[in-house]
Design a protein around this ligand. Structure first.
Ligand code: UDX
Length: 437
């Protein structure tokens, strides 16, 4: 099938590459000429495990190409995916101007029937708006479909190639047939393609992310309660997770969710609810809990240093909002750094992928280490903010040889408390009884 993907950001590039991988002919369109040049010459613009290999192969074999011209890009396309940014506006609702501008332009240049697919996460009612934006300039028949993505950063290729489900929102039989054919290779193991109306598809995406964010905030509150009552959140997590109705996944407490999706989508659903004259009480609490959770470790750190962080120096492992990505959007580490610096402390950081992005934002406010152990030199304590695999079984002798105090504040519960006790560490984590020096 001939496909166009408009927008070569994270979602667009993964979508385009994965559709090329199943033999489709994919053209990606972006207004950013330097990005298009880079991509055309084989330089990938995002970090996503497994993507580069597919990108290079499909580019080489001619199934994947890039252009800045929307008109050239869509000429032969049967399906056009809109994977454009929908940043939160000042009031928290998604800004649709990129999507609607492209839709209006498409209306002017389309020459035959096309299926236009909203791939970006967009509020309920957007398919209607996109339809209207195209129709104002266009007499040719077309269908607009809502097909939300459920990609997790770090495993996006796998999520795309083997989705738990594919949600397709359209009442048009013609569009359902086209979309069903396009996705057939991805659901051969038997996972469902769920056809529904546009609005239900749009809401499904927000409901899924908001539900997952709720699970996390719920567990973060259980962790707080565990500490107060002397229980262990790992036990409680296992105890509840083995009930199929609850499920084992997404029950890990930590220092809050971040990234480009959860914070934005929860906020947008709260806003959509308000617009529909309904106060979504649970989600307001989810956001509130998450904001506070980002600084969960701070009182513990302050208590250890007798409420005076002035002149203290900290090593911080992990900057990305989660492992296997260089994404630092809403990353808890950044909030911790700000708070430490505001208290007069200095910070040296290490992250396997995200340091260039942090340098861009924080510059010389902090120092950057080339290695996770070099990060520890002269530090008063180690703070862990992201659960990268390389942090999971560190050389504890190296750590204690460098740190001034044998103190680790772990926002991701990487180590067994009993082991840390044996090693003689002051070890504080989330929702577990600490090992005290
Ligand atoms: C998420 C959704 O999973 C995905 O379906 C959607 O399309 C986009 O948003 P992503 O933001 O890439 O994907 O990350 P995810 O792996 O879901 O983690 C989100 C956040 O939740 C991270 O900050 C992570 O640290 C946190 N988290 C996750 C927890 O704190 N505890 C958990 O048990 C799971």
């Amino acid at each position: 099938m001939k496909i166009t993907v408009v927008g070569t950001g994270y979602v667009g590039l993964v979508t385009g590459t994965c559709f090329a991988e199943t033999g489709n002919d994919v053209t990606c369109v972006d207004i950013d000429a330097s990005k298009v040049n880079k991509l055309s010459s084989g330089q990938i613009t995002i970090y996503e495990p497994g993507l580069e290999k597919l990108f290079e192969r499909n580019l080489k074999e001619g199934r994947l190409s890039f252009t800045t011209s929307l008109e050239d890009g869509i000429r032969e396309a049967e399906v056009i995916f809109l994977a454009l940014p929908t940043p939160p506006g000042a009031d928290g609702s998604a800004d649709l101007s990129f999507v609607l501008n492209v839709a209006a332009h498409l209306g002017k240049i389309m020459t035959g029937y096309k299926v236009i697919v909203d791939k970006s996460t967009v509020p309920v009612g957007t398919a209607e708006k996109v339809t209207a934006a195209i129709a104002q300039n266009c007499k040719i028949p077309f269908d607009v479909v809502s097909n939300p993505e459920f990609l997790r950063e770090g495993v996006a290729v796998d999520d795309f190639m083997k989705p738990d489900r594919v949600v397709i929102g359209t009442m048009s039989e013609r569009a359902r047939k086209v979309m069903g054919e396009l996705y057939a290779p991805f659901v051969r193991q038997g996972n469902p393609i769920l056809f529904m109306d546009e609005k239900s598809a749009e809401l499904t995406k927000y409901a899924a992310n908001s539900f997952l964010a709720t699970k996390i905030s719920f567990m973060n509150e259980i962790a707080i309660l565990c500490e107060k009552l002397g229980a262990d959140v790992d036990m409680v997590r296992r105890g509840i997770g083995s009930d199929d109705r609850i499920g084992k996944r997404f029950l890990f407490p930590g220092i809050g969710y971040g990234g480009s999706c959860f914070p934005k989508d929860v906020q947008a659903l709260v806003k959509s609810s308000e617009d529909a004259d309904y106060e979504f009480k649970i989600l307001n609490a989810v956001m509130d809990v998450n904001e506070k959770q980002k600084l969960f470790l701070l009182p513990k750190i302050k208590a250890f240093f007798e409420n005076n962080l002035n002149g203290k120096h900290f090593a911080l492992w992990g900057l990305a909002f989660k492992p296997n990505t260089d994404d630092i959007r809403e990353a808890p580490a950044l909030y911790i750094i700000d708070a430490l610096v505001a208290e007069g402390a200095t910070v040296t950081v290490f992250d396997p992928e995200a340091m260039p992005n942090v340098k861009h934002v924080l510059g010389d406010k902090i120092t950057y280490a080339d290695h996770q152990y070099a990060c520890l030199d002269n530090a008063d304590a180690l703070i862990i903010a992201t659960e990268w695999s390389v942090f999971r079984t560190p050389d504890f002798h190296k750590i204690s040889a460098s740190l001034k105090n044998k103190a680790i504040f772990d926002g991701r519960n990487l180590f067994e408390v009993s082991r840390m006790k044996e090693l003689g560490y002051h070890y504080e984590s989330v929702g577990r009884i600490p090992a005290m020096l």
